[in-house]
Design a protein around this ligand. Sequence first.
Ligand SMILES: Nc1ccn([C@@H]2O[C@H](COP(=O)(O)O)[C@@H](O)[C@H]2O)c(=O)n1
Ligand SMILES: [Mg+2]
Length: 306
Amino acid sequence: MVGQATKLHLDEIKILNSEHVKIKDRIKVEHMINEMIYGGRNKLQVVSDFDYTITKQRLNNGEKVLSSFGMFNCCKSLPSDVIKESQNLFNKYRPIEIDPHMPTAEKVIFMIEWWTKTGDLLKGFSLAHNEIDDVAVRFKDGLRDGTHELFRDLNELNVPCLVFSAGLGDSVVSVLKQAKVLHPNVKVVSNFLQYNSEGLLNGFQEKMIHTFNKNETALEGTDYYDLIHDRDHVIIMGDSLGDAGMADGMPVTTHILKIGFLFDHPEHNLPKYMDTFDIVLIDDQTMNIPRAILEMIKTKDYPKIF
Ligand SMILES: Nc1ccn([C@@H]2O[C@H](COP(=O)(O)O)[C@@H](O)[C@H]2O)c(=O)n1
Ligand SMILES: [Mg+2]
């Protein structure tokens, strides 16, 4: 436990008291931050979503960055009927994914349908892998401000960082690589394209990751699981409500600090986000908050970088 003399008080951490930072249970967050500082870097791991969490929800010019699937849809050899059908699927299933009223258990059935139909669409034609790189390079500057610094620090501190994406892993890896943040401590778990023996696309590799099954059970039996299984202080970052469960299934999780980036319709979505995430950031296109928390853990003191 953290001793009284060294305890940080939330009210005194300026950045966590900004207008756009919403915290439902301030005592819980204060306690977790103090425990994380006390536990230090060796107990810490970071789990982050990719689309609109590592990438910005809004660029300075008001435009939106493409999602990892959206980037793939821009590849020049993608047949036009595949593009059209994947747009139809998006129009049908996306409103279900973000429906604030439908229970998650009901949504899961639709999400499995969506990802299965998408995998089935991506079969039987050729698409050179470097076409994905050619599109992804356009979005290497679409990462949240401070992402480079955050990923650099996590690497220097040897803190494992899992990028967990229900999007298309090939685009995720390509963006992270071209942005030079795919350090050795970063592991990407996502849906990756599969090719058959004739070099034609053959859907996705096992196992399917959709919005609501993103959790650490997907890591069982991997080297990465061994690396993180005793790191029981977890910082989670996500933009979808389903992202809050990304540490579910971990063997030991003493403290899970959930940071949610909220952009769409905060006036409707804020209550649900505040029930789900410990810290909700409204239209914050930076990594300033996670960086400040990491800085406190690193220096065992107030954040000095802001
Ligand atoms: N065929 C599909 C399937 C899903 N999506 C979107 O991708 C997002 C998942 O990415 P995360 O990195 O945020 O996990 C998900 O929210 C779907 O909206 C898609 O565009 N096309
Ligand atoms: Mg996302």
